[in-house]
Design a protein around this ligand. Structure first.
Ligand SMILES: [Zn+2]
Length: 305
């Protein structure tokens, strides 16, 4: 993670937290909970719950180089210097949790979730294999809902960490959320910053491929994206599922419609499981093909250097 000072629109100085810009992909076994899973009531964990959790965790630490920080609703475990693990817990995990909760999520995940921050690729690969039982299929990091754990190679930056933090919150707050919005929102915050006290996603590495697909005319209609099943979203992606979903979220964010869309869709999901009707209503459009032309023209103007 890189911490920089920026000046926003030449007005008030705003501290921007810029995270990594690295791609992430989700191994097949580690997808967020099925959209049909029933919501489990949220539980408040006490200090004693965290203490018990940590005692168990200590027995599983791979070596003495790991330190543990309680950062509710997470526990952060890392093998960088203890000060660094603490700093990441506050500057990335707490920052992201506070801002995401303010924006979308009222309920914490239903279990205490471990965030493993491995200092480099070797540590990540070796220890994920031991703790999770499998070698990771992505070099960046992933959320394993079955283990209530995020495994991250933190040397690749904090962007993927913020992405993965979205998934357990989505599972506890919007269990029927389809993969397209789950990944669209998570990937929006891979490159995140603060604007007027709110978390925003900025343009990132996913833009280039999307712009090239738009130029080729190969981006599917929004109806198609929104109706993809979990399997279709992950396994039959022709290359633009994540980026189309991300830049739809980005478009909504820039008009201050993203939070409204999330809430409208969540409220109406029983009758509108794909989100198409909620999207039309929030955009004030009857025709998503016409909207797609406007969206494509705007996406082509975006820049990421
Ligand atoms: Zn994801």
């Amino acid at each position: 993670m890189i911490l920089r000072q920026h000046f926003f629109n030449g007005s008030i100085a705003t501290a921007f937290l810029l995270f990594g810009i690295y791609p992430n992909s989700l191994p097949a076994a580690d997808r967020p909970a099925s959209p049909t899973a029933a919501p489990t009531p949220s539980k408040i964990f006490t200090k004693a719950d965290y203490q018990r959790h940590i005692e168990e965790l200590k027995k599983r630490l791979p070596n003495d180089g790991f330190s543990i920080v309680i950062q509710p609703p997470f526990v952060v475990i890392g093998d960088e210097p203890a000060e660094t693990v603490k700093r990441r817990s506050q500057q990335t995990v707490k920052w992201a949790v506070d801002h995401l909760k303010r924006e979308y999520f009222s309920d914490d995940p239903t279990e205490i979730i471990d965030i493993w921050l491995f200092q480099d690729a070797n540590s990540y690969e070796e220890h994920t294999a031991t703790l999770y039982g499998k070698k990771p299929t992505t070099p960046y990091g992933f959320y394993a809902s079955s283990h209530n754990a995020l495994y991250m190679n933190i040397a690749t930056g904090g962007g993927t960490l913020v992405h993965e933090i979205v998934h357990p919150f989505m599972a506890s707050n919007f269990p029927a959320c389809p993969s397209w919005l789950n990944e669209g929102l998570a990937s929006l915050y891979e490159q995140s910053a603060e604007r007027d006290g709110r978390i925003i996603g900025q343009t990132n590495w996913r833009l280039r491929g999307l712009q090239s697909a738009i130029r080729k005319g190969s981006v599917p209609p929004f109806e198609t994206l929104c109706q993809t099943t979990t399997r279709e979203f992950y396994d039959k992606d022709k290359g633009t599922n994540y980026s189309q979903a991300r830049y739809l979220c980005y478009f909504l964010q820039e008009r201050d419609l993203l939070q409204k869309f999330y809430r409208t869709f969540r409220k109406n999901v029983a009758t509108d499981p794909s989100g198409i009707e909620s999207l039309k209503s929030v955009l004030g459009k009857r025709d998503l093909d016409e909207f797609k032309q406007q969206w494509e023209a705007e996406v082509l103007k975006l820049r990421f250097d």
